[in-house]
Design a protein around this ligand. Structure first.
Ligand SMILES: NC(=O)c1ccc[n+]([C@@H]2O[C@H](COP(=O)([O-])OP(=O)(O)OC[C@H]3O[C@@H](n4cnc5c(N)ncnc54)[C@H](OP(=O)(O)O)[C@@H]3O)[C@@H](O)[C@H]2O)c1
Length: 428
């Protein structure tokens, strides 16, 4: 017999609104034949105008009370934030053994292990498909479809706002600050864009994928994070001249001693799928031992895709399937160790702003040679009427720490005017 599941939705913004609108039209969307009906909602303001009707739902000022309500069978947390009401309400639902669906990557990346323990102790599913790549099913792919393989790495573009900014900078020849303020005015970027442009949002997502890929706990404090705020238009132009596009890449890779989780701008060859990923689209490579390479690409945000992802989780709950939140029972989850960085190899792009005077090139090449970094290509474009000039070079593949040490020494040269820009180059 088909069952009606009573859904409590906390958070009525982009994702919550999308979910409510969809379930109003298609409560019977799930293939199992059950129905999902919203019964209670919570948000900050009850009177705020919204483009959907909430008058038929029970209202809760506090998401914790909604989670505890006897009329909530499945609690959907769409408030956001790693702590506060989001965490308190998810804990309240899980403690009572209620299934939880959330789109909150900050919560899962920062508290995933303890929430998994609570969920499993209470036999309550905790699902978060919408938290990574919006409607593009990266979480399910790693959690379910890849369990027959041993994943070696996951890497891609996980923040649509940054990709939109980088794409616009390139196609419209506009400075970072201009594109960012336009994106904020159009609602593509948050009023406080720190989480996106600082790389923290992508870091939350890649930590979740790393946990699913390698069977550990999400280890956000160990992620190495660099945002796009250090990318200037001049770098985008130089990159293009050298045959690359700059992308904010997020990667998690098995290495000696553990897992390396990183977010940073990188140059991808023009024909590479990451270069071809434009605008707010997300993309991900998954590399396994038996399945060598999978590439998925799709929306990473927006009310339609995220609502669809939440519904996929709701449908899973209806089937009664129970599996660990990550790839191992929570009692066995450990944060993976850090990789020994001295073994990491990379090619890099290095831009220096130098005084336009004799002897500069010799000083730069000597410093690189002394650090054991060999130059692959070199570009110099004198700027008219300026006392400085940009020098751009790419390196051959070298131990990454040597490139970093060389950049530090170059910064200290009297002819170098500012901190060199150093971006890694994606392998073709
Ligand atoms: N937007 C996307 O495309 C997207 C994609 C993937 C994942 N996510 C994640 O999904 C979650 C929701 O994102 P969103 O974009 O929908 O956010 P949003 O548009 O800013 O909406 C947040 C909602 O939470 C409510 N809220 C805030 N503080 C509250 C509190 N103390 N108690 C009760 N309700 C509170 C707000 O109430 P009011 O409406 O009354 O202000 C609002 O309805 C976040 O974790 C986000 O990272 C979003």
């Amino acid at each position: 017999m088909s069952k009606v599941w009573k859904i409590g939705v906390a958070g009525l913004g982009t994702v919550g609104g999308g979910l409510i609108k969809f379930l109003a039209e298609r409560p019977d969307f799930a293939p199992v034949g059950d129905r999902a009906v919203v019964t209670g909602v919570s948000a900050r303001s009850r009177s705020r105008p919204r483009d959907f009707d909430i008058s038929g739902f029970a209202w809760f000022d506090d998401p914790v009370q909604l989670a505890r309500s006897p009329d909530t069978d499945i609690f959907v947390e769409l408030v956001g934030g790693s702590d506060g009401p989001a965490k308190a309400s998810v804990e309240a639902a899980l403690s009572m053994g209620k299934p939880v669906v959330t789109a909150n990557k900050a919560l899962i990346a920062e508290h995933g292990a303890e929430l998994a323990a609570l969920a499993e102790a209470n036999n309550a599913p905790l699902l978060f498909e919408a938290a990574v790549m919006g409607g593009t099913p990266a979480v399910k792919m790693l959690r379910e479809a890849m369990v027959g393989d041993d994943v070696v790495s996951v890497a891609g573009i996980l923040n649509g706002t940054c990709n939109y900014i980088l794409t616009e900078m390139e196609s419209r020849e506009r400075a970072f600050a201009d594109v960012l303020s336009e994106a904020q005015a159009k609602g593509y970027a948050e009023a406080d864009p720190t989480m996106d442009i600082g790389g923290f949002d992508a870091a939350h997502k890649i930590c979740i994928l790393a946990a699913l890929a390698f069977g550990g706990a999400p280890n956000y404090p160990a992620a190495e994070i660099e945002g796009v705020d250090g990318v200037d238009l001049i770098d985008i132009r130089f990159a293009r001249e050298l045959g690359y596009r700059i992308r904010l890449t997020a990667s998690a890779e098995l290495g000696e001693g553990g897992v390396s989780v990183r977010v940073h701008p990188a140059l991808a060859p023009l024909a590479h799928p990451l270069s071809q990923t434009v605008g707010a689209t997300n993309a991900l490579f998954i590399q396994g031992v038996r399945i060598p390479r999978i590439f998925i690409q799709g929306p990473g945000a927006g009310e339609g895709p995220t609502a669809a992802a939440c519904c996929a989780d709701i449908a899973d709950i209806m089937t009664g399937a129970v599996r660990p939140v990550f790839q191992k029972p929570a009692t066995q989850l450990k944060a993976p160790g850090a990789v020994d960085a001295s073994h990491r190899q990379a090619r890099a792009y290095l831009r220096l702003m130098v005084k336009d005077e004799a002897g500069v090139l010799a000083a730069v090449t000597e410093t690189l040679a002394e650090e054991g970094v060999s130059i692959d290509s070199f570009l110099q474009k004198p700027v008219e009427d300026e006392a400085w000039t940009p020098i751009v070079l790419t390196t051959h593949e070298t131990v990454e720490t040597k490139i970093i040490a060389a950049a530090k020494r170059l910064e200290a040269l009297p002819q170098v005017l500012e901190k060199p820009r150093l971006f890694r180059i994606v392998r073709a």
